[in-house]
Write a protein that binds this ligand. Structure first.
Ligand code: MUC
Ligand code: MG
Length: 365
């Protein structure tokens, strides 16, 4: 169970269509595959999706941090020395996707060593999750067509609508068009990726008051401390902290400071270990969570569903597990499939996914 090698392999897979949102847009999945090898010949795998506009990480920075900072500190440790692994990685601030991928690759290797699924090791609450789909910026008719296509093809009935454009009526109109087309039974919530001021956000939420919006995520910049607290007082829609709550400390600040009432947990950002710490923190505080997505590929999505389904509170709502549908291809020998609006957890050891060597060779950079 000793760690003998850690690889960071860059790959790039184009999107069939870009995802556009207030803080950026994504055309190519230029991710990093992290592989942890043990002295027993076991290999644990995870995926790091860099989000430069959010966390300042890039494909090259993730490789450098994993190879130059983390690997030398972690070689020789055993897979069960997770606290030591985290203490050493946390000497370096930031770099959430790099840390998360190392953590999840370690859990995958542990599951494979023990011949047990990671989802069972984490909590084993259920074997699948309902899926929520993100609808990016586009003209109203395209956003509606996208939601209808995903509903008809995959049975998905929960949609996160990207907002944060100016004037705010652009997004109020898009949400109104989606509600009119999809009817009253689908769940709609919004994510502003920090695009609006607090007053714009309040205006938008009032404009959407009759649309049954169930959550409002990260509408304003995290540093608008009083503005965000004021926004919470202006709306009955639960406000979700995403980019502003990337560590347990930030979760405490957001919740106790009154700037958010729910937390988005993303395994691409906090791995399995810190995601579980945040989940338990939220449970202890009586705060709901939503399983988010950092525009993960299929390896990352398999990790997310393994985590989300493992716990009662992370599987209570639909999880954001469908971004991979927009990629032109992926790395798995057996692709993930969403049907009936649900994604099942892979049943094999670890996270249950296997990388197709030909695909990796093809997309490797
Ligand atoms: C989200 O929830 O914000 C977009 C940017 C990012 O970092 O994650 C996605 C989705
Ligand atoms: Mg978000």
């Amino acid at each position: 169970m000793k760690i003998v090698q850690i690889e960071a392999i860059p790959f790039a897979i184009p999107y069939r269509k870009p995802l556009r949102f207030a803080s950026g847009e994504v055309h190519v999945a230029d991710h990093v595959l992290v592989r942890v090898h043990t002295d027993d010949g076991v290999v644990g795998t995870a995926e790091a999706p860099p989000r430069p506009f959010t966390y300042g990480e890039t494909q090259r920075s993730i490789i450098a941090v994993v190879e130059e900072l983390f690997a030398p500190e972690l070689l020789g440790l055993t897979l069960t020395e997770r606290e030591v692994v985290h203490a050493r990685m946390n000497r370096t601030v930031g770099n959430p996707a790099a840390k998360a991928a190392v953590d999840m690759a370690l859990w995958d290797a542990l599951g494979r060593t023990l011949s047990l699924p990671v989802t069972q090791l984490l909590g084993g609450y259920r074997d699948r999750m309902r899926v929520s789909h993100m609808v990016g910026f586009a003209p109203d008719a395209e956003m509606v067509a996208e939601a209808e296509r995903v509903r008809d093809l995959y049975g998905i009935t929960t949609f996160k609508v990207k907002v944060g454009r100016r004037p705010v009526d652009l997004d109020v109109g898009a949400c109104r068009a989606l509600r009119a087309a999809l009817g009253p039974d689908v769940e709609l919530y919004v994510d502003g990726n920090r695009g609006w001021s607090a007053s714009e956000a309040a205006r938008a939420l009032h404009g959407m008051a009759d649309l049954g919006i169930t959550m409002a995520e990260e509408l304003c910049p995290a540093d608008d401390v009083l503005g965000r607290r004021w926004l919470v007082s202006q709306t009955t829609v639960p406000t979700v902290a995403d980019e502003s709550a990337t560590t347990p400390g930030e979760v405490t600040r957001e919740l106790l400071g009154g700037s958010a009432t729910m937390i988005s947990i993303k395994t691409a950002r906090t791995g399995f270990s810190t995601s579980q710490a945040i989940l338990h923190q939220c449970q202890g505080l009586g705060v709901e969570v939503v399983l988010g997505n950092q525009i993960d590929g299929q390896v990352g999505t398999a990790c997310a569903v393994a985590f989300g389904a493992a716990h009662r509170s992370s599987s209570a709502r639909a999880g954001e597990l469908s971004n991979f549908l927009d990629m032109s291809d992926d790395l798995l020998t057996e692709p993930l499939e969403i049907s009936g609006g649900e994604l099942a957890v892979r049943s094999g050891p670890g996270t249950g996914v296997d990388i197709d060597p030909d695909k990796l060779a093809h997309y490797r950079r």
